[in-house]
Design a protein around this ligand. Structure first.
Ligand code: PLP
Length: 398
């Protein structure tokens, strides 16, 4: 059980609206705010390097905090400035040669797909689609049929940006590893709402962001590189953080995941990110998962019962992202109409998940993502608002 009194006291913004956009950028809790603002103040007082020195131990401890949160070792963790930066750093380090193959799922994220296609076209690698299961998620069986020794990488998204579906990642990992391929997991929409354990999922690389379900500051991300990947990856973009200049034409690289970090970073934001992870560990990721699942299930059922509303989520196992549309209205019109009723939702567009949206004939969907700080009364208010918007659209069509 989550202590809602404490959570709401830590989240003043949650009372001012029905905030249903934690899949976009959530409301950071008070301890995150204090950490970020406090550190900026300290930098203004004594200087950025001096302020950093004061917090060196806390920053170091952050690797162990994320190791605990994500089920890995501290030396397997790197901090970055976004999930995409983490993904690019790791993907760029995967050795690829002409004729190699990369397999991706239908729910692949656009920010990953573009660099995948760019590199594939430059190197002569093929990017091939793994058909989904009947439930619409990554099919480990279809993957097994496509695998051979030329497949170097399997890219899988645990929870897509455009819906609630949760992939069965462990089955994907087992199939990929049997054929000698690495598994790169985009856990960006999972960490912070679902309990995610890199070891249990047996993924080789895991990427995520601070600002979404984790409730951290914007401009923060994290990366996990486990041993199977470490043995194969060749980091390419190291600087003074990842390496040491040892002679006129020699250098050494770090042996841990921090080889993927750059020297300069936003210390205040990183401290905020670590505070967000501590906050989640304190609440308990399993308890959070239960609360988010309960809220999204309630919202999905309520939406499905409203005339004119279609719910679009795939998957047998569903998570906290609820997507829908209202007959006769563009998603952006729904978003604006709900904003006028103090309900914050976002819109997910085809270019973010092209394979899936094109396959289903969708151009955009409304996305509502309730975190544990949203109350049941607020969900009812949101459902009432959607009902009113849908009814107005029906009347306008008559
Ligand atoms: C938001 C998102 C990303 C990118 O996260 P950034 O922190 O913006 O780089 C990656 N994958 C999925 C599934 C996402 O929803």
């Amino acid at each position: 059980m989550i202590d809602m009194t404490r959570v709401l006291a830590d989240t003043p913004g949650a009372a001012k609206q029905v905030f249903l956009n934690s899949a976009g950028s959530s409301l950071p809790p008070a301890p995150v705010l204090q950490e970020v603002i406090g550190h900026l103040r300290r930098e203004a007082e004594i200087g950025g390097y001096e302020a950093l020195d004061e917090r060196e131990a806390d920053l170091e401890a952050g690797y162990a905090v994320f190791a605990e949160l994500l089920g890995c070792r501290p030396d397997q963790v790197a901090f970055t400035d976004s999930a995409t930066r983490s993904w690019l750093a790791a993907f760029d380090a995967v050795p690829l040669a002409a004729g190699d193959r990369i397999l991706v799922g239908e729910l692949e994220y656009g920010g990953n797909a573009i660099p995948l296609l760019m590199r594939a076209q430059a190197v002569g690698v093929s990017v091939e689609l793994v058909p989904s299961d009947a439930d619409g998620t990554f099919s480990a069986d279809a993957l097994a049929d496509l695998l051979d020794e030329r497949v170097k990488l399997v890219s899988v998204v645990q929870v897509p940006t455009n819906g609630g579906a949760v992939a069965d990642v462990r089955r994907v990992s087992d199939a990929a590893h049997a054929a000698g391929a690495l598994v790169l997991l985009d856990a960006c929409q999972a960490v912070g709402q679902l309990a995610v354990d890199a070891e249990a999922l047996d993924v080789d690389i895991l990427t995520g962001t601070g600002r979404k379900w984790l409730r951290g500051p914007r401009g923060t991300g994290f990366l996990v590189v486990r041993d199977r990947a470490k043995a194969v990856l060749r980091p390419k973009l190291a600087d003074l953080q990842g390496g040491t200049w040892t002679g006129p034409d020699t250098y050494t690289l770090r042996d841990d995941a921090r080889v993927y970090e750059l020297w300069e970073n936003d210390t205040a934001a990183r401290l905020g990110l670590i505070a967000a992870a501590r906050y989640l560990l304190d609440l308990g990721p399993a308890a959070v998962e239960q609360e988010v699942t309960q809220r999204s299930t309630y919202l999905r059922a309520g939406l499905a019962a409203i005339p004119g509303v279609t719910v679009h989520d795939l998957g047998v196992r569903k998570s906290g992202l609820v997507t829908f549309s209202i007959a006769g209205l563009e998603a952006t019109e729904v978003q604006a109409a709900l904003a006028r009723r103090d309900v914050a939702v976002s819109v997910s567009r085809r270019s973010s998940t092209y394979y899936d949206m094109a396959r289903r004939g969708l151009t955009e969907v409304v996305r509502a993502s309730p975190h544990y700080f949203v109350t049941e009364a607020q969900l009812d208010a949101a459902l009432g608002a959607v009902g009113a918007v849908a009814e107005a659209a029906r009347k306008a069509a008559d």
